[in-house]
Design a protein around this ligand. Sequence first.
Ligand code: SF4
Ligand code: SF4
Length: 458
Amino acid sequence: MRCGFCLPACPTFRETGIEAESPRGRIALMKAVADGIMNPDEAFETQMNHCLGCRACEPACPADVKYGQLLEQARDSVEKHTTTHRWWVKIARKAAFEGMFPHQNRMRLLGGGLQLYQKTGLRKLLRGAGIMKLFPPHMREMEAILPDASYKGVVEQIGTHHAAKGEQVAAVGLFRGCIMDVLFTETNKHTVELLNEAGFDVIIPETQNCCGALHAHSGEQDGAKELAKRNIAAFKAAGVDWIVSNAGGCGALLVEYDHLLQDDPQWKQDAAWFAARTIDVSQLLVRHGRLQSAAQAAAAAGAGSVIGGGLQTAGGAGCGGSCGGGVNFASGETVRITYQDSCHLRNVMRSSEAPRKLMRSVANAEFVELAEADRCCGSAGIYNLTQPQMAGQILDHKMEHVKRTGAHYLLTSNPGCLLQMKNGIEKHGMSGQMQALHVVDFLHERMCGTAGRSGSPD
Ligand code: SF4
Ligand code: SF4
């Protein structure tokens, strides 16, 4: 089929109007390579690299073409045949894909290095000396909005086992991520607390590692497979009912481990076990968590925060709430919130309603739908670093829609999208009115009564 239904869903086609920049055009190029009509040369590589990998073309396709899987195979083929990489690109790829991401302890060292850079006077010194001006603008923008890094990940800070509050609903394993765990450690901690309050025992297997998404999206299939096997072994040993992800980019590969390892007879079955149990944190909370309804939350907020058997906003360990009767998000002052979908969460994990349901259940928070929230923000893994021009163009269009919401909080569910949204807010001079947050952090803030923004949306 070449119906073209996917074309309007594709951000790069919408930006350029060029067939080769569309899913249909890219599939035609892949087919030409597979049929031996074309070599996987530099022109082919460039076209594959222009694709965001957002997979918005998949839900739009009536023939259920698995574009993301085709793209990963195409990039793998390019990497195996390429002769165009410069020496420093080869070294950088090897260092990142083999030397860094697979090793959680090295990722923590990286976090520690960043922490030193951020907390000592080094950052100020380099900026003052004009060193940052040597970097291209998009790198400087990213450096400016990096969150506080941490040497200690979630396990080093709070340990591996965390019991449910009240009666246990299920035992879940938290996927902590690699970059997520050193740049968004607080979000991981908040995820644990939120899950405990909603009735889940949480185990964080220590031997888990990077999901392999960056490998798979960059044509390093073998590396991705090795990481997948280690993760499967770690979570199988933990004996959990669910494997929870709080990062759309990671989760989308975790749910496809069965596809990744389909040709490996030794791992095929375990990979299917793993994929079937992987779930996004919002979906888990909505489908199985002990949550109070929006009406109960509103009543709790109106009644001074305590309702029968429900959340009490004072006392208790960690997050400060005791939720024997279920979690509600009744704390905090009136704000307006909006949401940017994580492409992989929406298009691969098919979780778009669950985060919205949670946001709508927050008392004193007016949820405003963001126009084209389902369109990629331009982050797309490291796309905003490798294809800054297209990523910047897409981000600028996105921020026009964001401005119109008048929201105080721009929420999302993936660390890459979150950084891109922070960047957009800074670039468009909106940092005085709006803050970008992970959905989990916002819910946690509302659950714990620590929301600090005063005033109401105008
Ligand atoms: S993955 Fe995204 S950018 Fe790539 S072809 Fe599909 S819709 Fe277009
Ligand atoms: S990928 Fe799907 S939607 Fe796009 S042209 Fe092919 S069949 Fe049609």
